[in-house]
Ligand binder design. Structure first.
Ligand SMILES: NC(=O)C1=CN([C@@H]2O[C@H](COP(=O)(O)OP(=O)(O)OC[C@H]3O[C@@H](n4cnc5c(N)ncnc54)[C@H](OP(=O)(O)O)[C@@H]3O)[C@@H](O)[C@H]2O)C=CC1
Ligand SMILES: CC(C)(CO)C(=O)C(=O)O
Length: 315
């Protein structure tokens, strides 16, 4: 199976690098200094327990790869449109496309661009980021992939990809209900990213403090309520299940959005808390915790604002 990974960052780099290290036929579509480093030195993959460098193929010219069997999209949500336009040469009538991005609208963008039959469902649980060009670092032990066809079928393409992941020692699960699994991930993500970003702390201090813990619980609860109102089969108790899951995480575990905030990058909040707030308004479910997160992060959503010029009175 020939695989192209568009976006070689925390997620694309970790999962793509693991596949490449196990001998899978992987090519990264990357750009800038990161691309140069991948070409010159390979992909360095760091974690608390591991430091390995994997030689990888990488390009900024998808046309040079030609059609592949599977395209994995792993760019930030604000880059989706540009990325999908650029990968047209990778997609033939028998190519499958899968997104490891966050949110519940990511697969609609793939369907619109390539047709529903091409789209394989997927999501991942991991904390990983680019720490310098060519270097991807994972925090904590969590690194899980969930894949599935939207009709629940166990197709050849699904089995082949899952088999490659297992050979690469990636913790992969095949879900018979990938749409629901995507919403379940969304519940966790909206809460974790909202709380870690507004509190500006990783999960350890947030879960230990009663008020920030209550904020986290409220965010989980609102996404569950909105999902249920839209007919997603999530139990109300799933919110407390996610809170209990947070108690199992490494104290330093954080969200990709809080990392973006700390770096002054753009934020995915409009696709996360913004979607919960919008869908909540549509179906009459109040979302005060998500609205608070959106208000608190509003000035950072397009990247850190310029430092305010404060006039210093002359002495
Ligand atoms: N990081 C995490 O722990 C997790 C992230 N996710 C989700 O996965 C998605 C990716 O996140 P993450 O891995 O953190 O993102 P990163 O920013 O680490 O990586 C994305 C990479 O894609 C590059 N890129 C963007 N557009 C293109 C393009 N058209 N062609 C080639 N390269 C491109 C970016 O380059 P440049 O830097 O130049 O923009 C960057 O190197 C997001 O939706 C995120 O929410 C899901 C689970 C966990
Ligand atoms: C919540 C988490 C860490 C789980 O993978 C995530 O998806 C993100 O921060 O982007």
């Amino acid at each position: 199976m020939r695989i192209a990974i568009v976006g070689a960052g925390g997620v694309g780099g970790y999962f793509g690098g693991s596949l490449a290290a196990a001998g899978a036929d992987v090519t990264f579509v990357a750009r800038g200094a990161h691309l140069e480093a991948l070409r010159a030195r390979g992909l360095r993959m760091l974690s608390d327990r591991d430091d390995r460098t994997v030689p990888v193929r990488a390009t900024d010219a998808p046309g040079s790869i030609g059609p592949v069997d599977l395209v994995i999209v792993a760019v930030k949500l604000w880059d989706t449109e540009g990325a999908l336009r650029s990968i047209a040469p990778l997609v033939s009538p028998r190519t499958a496309v899968l997104s490891l991005q966050n949110g519940v609208a990511k697969d609609d963008a793939l369907r619109e661009a390539f047709g529903a039959d091409r789209v394989l469902g997927a999501l991942c649980y991991i904390g990983a980021t680019i720490v310098e060009p060519g270097v991807v670092k994972r925090t904590g032990a969590l690194a899980k992939l969930v894949v599935g066809e939207f009709d629940g079928a166990r197709t050849a393409r699904l089995e082949e990809f899952a088999g490659l992941c297992r050979r690469a020692e990636i913790d992969v699960a095949e879900s018979p209900d990938i749409a629901r699994a995507t919403w379940e991930k969304f519940v966790f993500l909206v809460g974790l990213s909202g709380a870690t970003s507004v509190v500006r702390q990783p999960i350890g201090p947030i879960r230990a403090n009663p008020r920030s813990r209550a904020l986290l619980a409220a965010l989980f609860g609102e996404t569950v309520a909105v999902g249920r109102a839209r007919g997603v089969g999530i139990d109300t108790a799933f919110a407390s299940d996610r809170l209990a899951f947070c108690d199992t995480l490494d104290v330093a575990f954080t969200s990709s959005m809080s990392t973006d905030l700390a770096r002054g990058n753009r934020l995915e909040a409009p696709w996360l808390q913004g979607v919960v707030s919008r869908l909540g308004a549509e179906c009459g479910v109040p979302t005060p915790a998500d609205d608070f997160v959106l208000d608190a992060l509003a000035v950072y959503v397009d990247g850190a604002p310029d430092a305010p010029r404060v006039a210093v009175p002359a002495r």
